[in-house]
Ligand binder design. Structure first.
Ligand code: TPP
Length: 379
């Protein structure tokens, strides 16, 4: 195992002192240590998406001549491939970067369905991208990592190529957990429970990636309601509101609830502009805002420094609401029953979740089949 400090020291020796990315649970110790040591600063920026992080590190290099590090879960490679191939690649600007990539869905290790394909192709994809990588695992020592870094990664960086640390589960020693304080006392799961219990028979739910979808699933189990009204966007972070938008347009007689997180909404904020421009009157966007990427730790998003309500209004949403207690949430849900969308309800929720939160037991295909059957019922 490697202590995050030892790895950071190794990077500092090479003057790698700029860090940006989107957090991952498999990189939790590293991200926590980084945030504790550097805060959110001009040395450490949490990017809206992984492609943005690559571009930030490219800008850093242009301005300083130095190399930056981009951290991400391997699912973020999808967001990053475009700037990796058409910006920093040696065939374009040859801007060297060091990636740190959490390897979910590693073949041979059980993981959730959304990680399986990406896990299978991660190493091949890095090879295709021409990125030299070294594996960090439970068995790794910092001495070995330092040697491989010197022997294989450093020469590639000097040629303008990018390199990667690919991180298996348990590679990092534990550190003090970073916790970002949020003032709300309403839990995200309770807010989800209240929403699900106050929707109408024909309403459909599309929930975002991470614990929001897990909590939707658990609340349906708890209330013995079945899962056919909910589409759980288990992967494709940041895209669930677009799934919801098209369902709303194709099923105008139903109300469609898009349950989003602040991290997900920031990842692809252009979605708000499209929702506003399409004007679906049956679309209710719920932002469960805890100001952090809670599903993978407690690293903050930039949600605290922006106003989602104003953004939604400017994009053309018909009405926007902000709530932070149970009574107001219920009142708002009742109130909007006669209102036309698109509507945004920002629910300020606390930062945290149940230790024993489960994972969906139905497969994604089963979820899709049941949900489509439910939607068939009426327009
Ligand atoms: C493209 C991509 N990057 C990163 C992840 C890892 N990931 C899963 S959930 C999550 C955090 C989501 O944060 P937010 O939308 O604010 O919801 P919260 O967990 O705080 O409720 C992250 C970073 C992912 N699944 N996909």
């Amino acid at each position: 195992m490697i202590h995050p400090k030892a790895l950071l020291d190794l990077l500092y020796e090479q003057e790698i002192e700029f860090f940006t990315g989107v957090p991952d649970s498999q990189l939790r110790e590293f991200c926590d240590y980084l945030t504790q040591t550097l805060g959110i600063s001009n040395q450490h920026i949490v990017a809206p998406n992984e492609g943005n992080a690559v571009a930030l590190a490219a800008g850093y290099h242009l301005a300083t001549g130095k190399i930056g590090m981009v951290y991400m879960q391997n699912s973020g490679l999808g967001n990053a491939v475009n700037p990796m191939t058409s910006l920093v690649d040696p065939k374009v600007y040859a801007i060297p970067l060091v990636y740190m990539i959490g390897w979910r869905g590693m073949p041979g290790i059980h993981d959730e369905p959304q990680h399986v394909k990406q896990g299978e192709i991660t190493i091949d994809l890095l090879n295709l991208l021409g990125i030299h990588s070294i594996l960090l695992s439970k068995e790794s020592t910092i001495e070995e990592v330092a040697t491989s870094f010197q022997q294989t990664l450093l020469p590639a960086l000097k040629e303008g190529k990018s390199v990667a640390f690919v991180v298996k589960k348990g590679a990092f020693e534990s550190v003090t957990k970073y916790h970002h304080k949020v003032s709300s006392t309403l839990s995200r799961e309770r807010a989800i429970e209240l929403i699900l219990q106050n929707t109408e028979e024909q309403d459909a739910i599309v929930s975002t990636t991470g614990k929001i979808s897990r909590e939707v699933y658990e609340q349906r189990e708890f209330h013995q309601q079945g899962h056919n009204k909910d589409f759980l966007t288990v992967g494709a972070m940041g895209h669930s509101s677009m799934i919801a938008l098209q369902i709303a347009e194709q099923k105008p007689q139903r109300r469609i609830w898009s349950l989003d997180g602040d991290g997900a909404m920031l990842m692809h904020t252009g979605a708000l502009a499209l929702i506003g421009s399409r004007q679906p009157s049956n679309f209710i966007h719920v932002l469960l805002n805890n100001y952090v990427h809670e599903s993978v730790g407690s690293i903050p998003t930039v949600a605290e420094s922006i106003n989602f309500l104003e953004i939604a209004k400017a994009c053309g949403y018909q009405a926007v609401y902000q709530v932070q207690d149970e009574a107001t949430l219920i009142q708002t849900i009742q109130h909007i029953k006669t209102e036309l969308g698109p509507i945004l309800i920002q629910v300020n929720v606390s930062n945290g979740s149940r230790e024993d939160l489960g994972r969906p037991k139905t497969s994604p295909i089963q979820n899709k089949t049941d949900f489509m059957q439910f939607l068939k019922g009426s327009r």
